[in-house]
Write a protein that binds this ligand. Structure first.
Ligand SMILES: Nc1ncnc2c1ncn2[C@@H]1O[C@H](COP(=O)(O)OP(=O)(O)OP(=O)(O)O)[C@@H](O)[C@H]1O
Ligand SMILES: [Mg+2]
Length: 270
């Protein structure tokens, strides 16, 4: 069984400390819900696990199946079976969605998939996700609606069959029906034993997919680890109880309080 172990992980970007000692373990077959206020390091954690070059790890380790993955490149991490469904997927004009997927799929196979079998896989998966087939034949994410981008991330996950999938706000921008479709796909993948670490701000998706554990990240650290009562409580009352009951001060996002941006290159003092 695959296990992703994050141990005392510290990371920063542009001189700003974002992760301050994250400890978290996710096993294949588990679904872990990750919550936390805006700007507290959830997406950063995912980016660091995948090896985004903007982030520097200053301490700690990320172990996947007994291998320290921080020293290997992103594509190797992906080939080991870790997948990231991004919060804001980039548009890549000129790269055809299905070509990109086929290249990624073939990179982890000994023999390239045949055109016929790949077509069948795309046809079947687009039907299961209720997305138009032409999404596969267009440039990656270019001109996709918000909901299409999110479903395309799930589409990639289905094709690549990772052992552990990190899904970052996969529910944002999905209409009610699309949310149900995505939840049904996740449930099927859970039955196959896939492991999930899923960021969402809302209980709605979690109510559908029933996470096995809920963890909360505050100030770049996991401060709570428990059952569904945690995401239900946060959904109803917010994060105030973390301060009143656990005594943890919740840092506000660092903002330049005295300036407002009035365009791309001009700033006005107020
Ligand atoms: N590349 C970067 N350079 C500088 N600061 C960054 C960078 N990436 C993230 N940050 C900052 O680190 C903090 C954590 O960001 P992150 O995106 O991880 O938050 P989050 O918990 O995912 O928030 P949200 O719920 O809004 O998605 C924020 O203050 C953000 O501005
Ligand atoms: Mg985020």
């Amino acid at each position: 069984m695959s296990v992703l172990k994050i141990i005392n992980l510290h990371a920063e970007a542009e001189g700003k400390k974002i992760l301050n000692g994250v400890d978290l373990t996710i096993r294949e077959g588990e679904t872990v819900a990750l919550l936390g206020p805006n700007g507290h390091g959830k997406s950063t954690l995912f980016n660091v696990i995948m090896g985004h070059p903007r982030y520097t790890v200053t301490e700690g380790s990320v172990i996947f199946d007994d291998q320290d993955i921080l020293s290997i490149p992103t594509d190797e991490r992906s080939k080991l079976g870790i997948f990231l469904g991004m919060q804001s997927p980039s548009e890549i004009p000129g790269v055809i969605n299905s070509d990109f997927l086929k290249a990624a799929l073939n990179a982890r196979r000994e023999k390239p998939i045949s055109t016929y079998n790949f077509y069948k896989l795309i046809d079947q998966t687009t039907k299961e996700l209720k997305i138009p087939f032409d999404l596969a034949t267009r440039s990656l994410n270019e001109g996709f609606s918000g909901g299409e981008k999110k479903r395309n991330e799930i589409f990639q996950m289905k094709i690549l069959e990772p052992k552990i999938a990190l899904l970052d706000e996969i529910d944002s921008g999905l209409d009610v029906d699309a949310m149900q479709v995505v939840a049904d796909v996740i449930k099927k993948e859970q039955e196959k034993g896939r492991g999930f670490l899923i960021i969402s701000h809302y209980a709605r998706l979690y109510d559908l997919i029933k996470p096995t554990r809920t963890v909360v990240m505050i100030n770049g650290r996991i401060v709570l680890d428990g059952g569904p009562e945690i995401f239900k409580r946060i959904d109803q009352t917010g994060y105030e109880f973390i301060k009143t009951e656990l005594g943890i001060e919740i840092e506000k996002e660092q903002q330049e309080m005295n300036t407002i941006s009035i365009g791309l290159c001009a700033v006005k003092k107020v």
